[in-house]
Design a binder for this molecule. Structure first.
Ligand code: ATP
Ligand code: MG
Length: 319
């Protein structure tokens, strides 16, 4: 019960600052509870930075924001060895990745070497500099943002490493009603107040992550989950119209990410078991950056989101 209250309170606290954007709030909390990394994609000014900052304040995480730029070097994020004048020895100076929550802003503006250094740290939980490896914080997770409008002067993320992200979330513009509340909230100074969850400590988060890892997923749901991911490899078995629509299918990492994210969603909702809805809601975010449509599918103007929807409509949960 204690746990459930914590997560509902956290959600309410985020919602008291961020207007609408329920998807953003939910997915950030899933990343926090599962210890997964999230890629946020949306136009500028949709409260991405604000939401991540408020989250880190609320749960007292040691937070850093790295603005990715074309002149960034891998050592600017990992850290580097410097000569210590007093001892005459080389000494490792930690970079910004040695925080608990890293906001990697506009990740596609930095060159591939920097992106790779980040993605490697995300996959391994450690960085290697000068032949030595250094472990990152046990709670380390990354929220990265990518702006869809910028094409010139940007570097697309390396496709093969994209699956380091547990979820790829797309954000929408607020409605007119929501925008009015945003205007009023910002003018009232609501944003200058710091929100901290008083009852929260890092042991709570560590135990939540253990609960996510041990969450009950019924065998029929595990089979459903596997069938959904398998559809990326043989879509023609789901529907003849989907034959040859996939160029790059999803790997077992997608299956694991879906189970983990669904488990975190169950925990934050106060359940100790996963429901079909957890899986259905999260499948698009799990597959968006992992599968690539074929040329044939693209000429039919099919998008990954349409494709996932067609699969969800046809693959049924066998009980
Ligand atoms: N849904 C929202 N709720 C509350 N404030 C919002 C919302 N959307 C935008 N804002 C306000 O708009 C401003 C821009 O937000 P923020 O800097 O977080 O955007 P961003 O998505 O990080 O933008 P960028 O991509 O340019 O970095 C802030 O003042 C923020 O308070
Ligand atoms: Mg921002």
């Amino acid at each position: 019960m204690e746990q459930k209250n914590n997560w509902l309170t956290l959600k309410e606290q985020l919602a008291s600052v961020i207007v609408g954007q329920e998807v953003l709030i939910e997915r950030l909390m899933i990343a926090l509870l599962a210890g997964g990394h999230v890629l946020l994609e949306g136009a500028p000014g949709l409260a991405k930075t604000t939401a991540v900052k408020v989250l880190s304040q609320a749960v007292n995480l040691d937070f850093v924001r790295i603005q990715f730029t074309p002149d960034l070097m891998p050592s600017d994020i990992t850290g580097s060895e410097v000569l210590d004048r007093d001892s005459g020895q080389m000494r490792f100076v930690k970079g910004p990745l040695f925080h608990q929550l890293t906001l990697a802003d506009e990740i596609n503006r930095a060159p591939p070497k920097v992106q790779s250094a980040l993605l490697e740290a995300m996959a391994e939980g450690q960085v290697s500099v000068g032949g030595q490896t250094y472990a990152l914080d046990p709670l380390f997770f990354v929220v990265a943002t990518q702006n869809p409008l910028e094409h010139s002067g940007t570097y697309p993320l390396p496709e093969a490493q994209m699956d380091r992200f547990m979820l790829h979330v797309k954000l929408d513009f607020p409605s007119a009603d929501e925008e009015l509340i945003i205007l009023q909230r910002v003018r009232s100074g609501a944003f200058s107040q710091k929100a901290t969850l008083s009852s929260f400590d890092l042991a709570t988060l560590t135990s939540a992550r253990a609960q996510v890892a041990n969450m009950h997923i019924d065998l029929s749901l595990q089979q459903y989950l596997v069938r959904l991911i398998a559809a990326t490899r043989q879509p023609e078995l789901v529907a003849e119209s989907l034959r040859d629509t996939i160029a790059v299918p999803a790997s077992p990492r997608a299956t694991l990410a879906l189970a983990q994210a669904a488990s975190a969603r169950a925990l934050m909702t106060g359940r100790d078991y996963v429901t079909p809805e957890d899986i259905v809601v999260l499948l698009p975010d799990v597959l968006r950056h992992r599968i690539h449509l074929s040329a044939k599918a693209r000429t039919q103007k099919l998008t990954v989101d349409d494709w996932v929807q067609q699969v969800l409509d046809r693959v049924t949960l066998a009980i």
